[in-house]
Design a protein around this ligand. Structure first.
Ligand code: HEM
Length: 489
């Protein structure tokens, strides 16, 4: 039976065209080449099958790549029991508890997002202090700032102000350990992936150092978490003075074994892992874009000044900063995703059939061609051009349309920074679209508004954006790229 099944799966799989080599050895070699040339290979597949599916060789399996708005929507909306998100990021998962009971995602989607208005003054306070402490600018001198580590230090602090408040959110060793944990998880996943699947359980313990970072995190968080658990046990869930932070939001849902310091530490680490590198890369990209296109700075500064005069520093005021919002969305469109995204694994025994008839077999990895969708002229005018205000112009035009139609048939604007779409995938799309994006957008827009209000910035070399780093399907901003900052003159 299993032989028949294997042949059947193989027939399904071979119905989907290969881009690159398909021979036994040549496809293995392609798997290596993929590490350096994924962007070009995926773009070539997309150009050939813009509304279809193709596959590319990885070292030990095929990746099935889905193109075109319709099929991307189908992947995004497929149930977890058919196309699994957690199995898709298998090598990155942090244990069964996190994969099978992802209650922290619920806390992020509901309580954390709902509390953003209320917690905004703290977030704003941390942004002001973090920029001052970390940039250390004096007088009117220009200072060259390495953008990625600086953004990471600011984002880690600001995010943890919301997650667990003062004083731990300013503890450098605690923050550094969070950053290290994420790097450990990703780097060990990369190394483990170079081994055949059957060997991975044996080599993993020697490759991964994430257990050490977990132990360190528990040392930082243990006393705080024990204290919070003790308070709840003694005084009940609504004790006076209970902080409004992620620990409380987690405790509102956590049950049984999850109500221990180690289990809660894992949730906080997972949330930090999902939040810090993503958000600091987004801020880095935006600063590199701004330095390379300085003409966008003054209009954003004018917008922020006007909105602050009218509304002051509130979360609602950020909604009125259309140019800041548009600038981020555009920055994410061009650099906010690698060639593929939304990786899933087919866990339905019968495979997954797309509406074009293609069936991706059981066990296969399937993802979408995200970057090519962002660079497709069918989706965007002049797609390769950085046009920071393309979405704010659209928003303005739509508003005028609505104002001029008396009926006021208000179509909500669908291209805010947080709006996911099948042709805009930095936060994914569908069932697993990033639940933290409302916080990420609040934090990042407040940081950019703060930057344009308080600093002049320029590129190290005029008009030059330091090149991205590419490894397989992961594209990250240049880790040593610098931008010059000075206090606003
Ligand atoms: C600019 C910043 C961010 C970017 C670009 C980003 C991007 C993403 C992407 C691409 C996904 C996967 C979507 C998919 O495969 O369909 C995701 C999932 C997730 N993100 Fe974010 N993210 C960001 C910030 C955050 C923050 C701040 C948090 C937490 C507060 C967070 C928490 C999560 C979680 C928990 C998931 C897993 C969702 C699930 O399993 O259903 N993210 N994010």
């Amino acid at each position: 039976v299993s032989l028949r099944k294997a042949l059947h799966d193989n027939k399904l799989a071979t119905a989907i065209p290969v881009v690159g080599s398909s021979g036994f050895f040549s496809s293995y070699w392609d798997g290596y080449k993929y590490l350096a040339h994924a962007t070009e290979l995926i773009q070539a597949g997309y150009d050939q099958y813009p509304n279809g599916i193709f596959r590319v060789a990885q070292l030990f399996h095929w990746d099935y790549i889905v193109c075109g708005n319709k099929l991307v929507g189908e992947l995004g909306n497929a149930p977890e029991s058919v196309l699994s998100f957690s199995e898709g990021v298998e090598e990155l998962t942090m244990g069964r508890a996190i994969a099978t009971n992802a209650y922290h995602i619920h806390a992020i989607r509901t309580s954390l997002t709902r509390n953003l208005h209320r917690c905004f003054p703290d977030v704003r306070d941390e942004i002001v202090c973090a920029f001052d402490d970390i940039l250390q600018l004096q007088g009117s001198e220009w200072k060259a700032v390495t953008v990625l580590p600086t953004s990471m230090a600011i984002v880690a602090r600001v995010s943890n102000r919301l997650f667990l408040g003062l004083p731990l959110c300013r503890d450098k060793a605690y923050l550094q350990n969070n950053i290290k944990f994420t790097l450990d998880v990703f780097q060990s996943a990369r190394r483990i992936n170079l081994w055949p699947p059957s060997m991975r359980p044996f080599v993993a313990p020697f490759i991964s150092s994430k257990d050490r970072s977990f132990d360190a995190a528990l040392k930082f968080l243990g006393p705080l978490l024990e204290e919070r658990l003790a308070k709840e046990n003694e005084l009940g869930p609504d004790w006076p003075g209970k902080p409004n932070d992620l620990i409380s939001w987690l405790l509102e849902i956590a049950e049984g074994d999850e109500r221990t310091a180690p289990a809660l530490t894992l949730r906080l680490l997972s949330t930090n892992m999902a939040a810090i590198h993503t958000s600091s890369m987004a801020f880095t990209n935006a600063l590199l874009d701004l330095a390379a296109h300085p003409e966008f700075l003054l209009p954003m500064r004018e917008e922020v000044e006007r909105v602050l005069r009218e509304e002051g520093w509130t979360k609602a005021a950020l909604n009125s900063m259309a140019k800041i919002d548009s600038f981020f969305r555009e920055s994410q469109r061009l650099n906010g995703t690698g060639p593929v995204g939304m990786m899933r694994r087919v866990i339905a025994k019968e495979g997954f059939q797309f509406s074009n008839g293609a069936v991706v077999p059981y066990g296969a990895f399937v993802a979408v061609a995200s970057r090519p969708a962002h660079y497709d002229s069918a989706n965007y005018d002049n797609p390769a051009v950085f046009d920071g205000f393309r979405f704010s112009r659209e928003r303005e035009a739509q508003k005028m349309d609505v104002d001029s139609t008396k009926e006021g048939d208000l179509q909500p604007f669908k291209r805010h920074m947080i709006s996911t779409a099948v042709d805009h995938l930095p936060f994914g799309n569908g069932k697993h679209a990033c639940p933290g994006r409302f916080f990420a957008a609040t934090e990042l827009k407040a940081m950019l508004a703060h930057t344009v209000m308080n600093y002049d910035i320029k590129a190290e070399v005029e008009g030059v954006r330091p090149p991205n780093k590419v490894y397989g399907s992961v594209i990250t901003p240049n880790a040593t790229g610098k931008v010059l900052f000075r206090k606003r003159q």
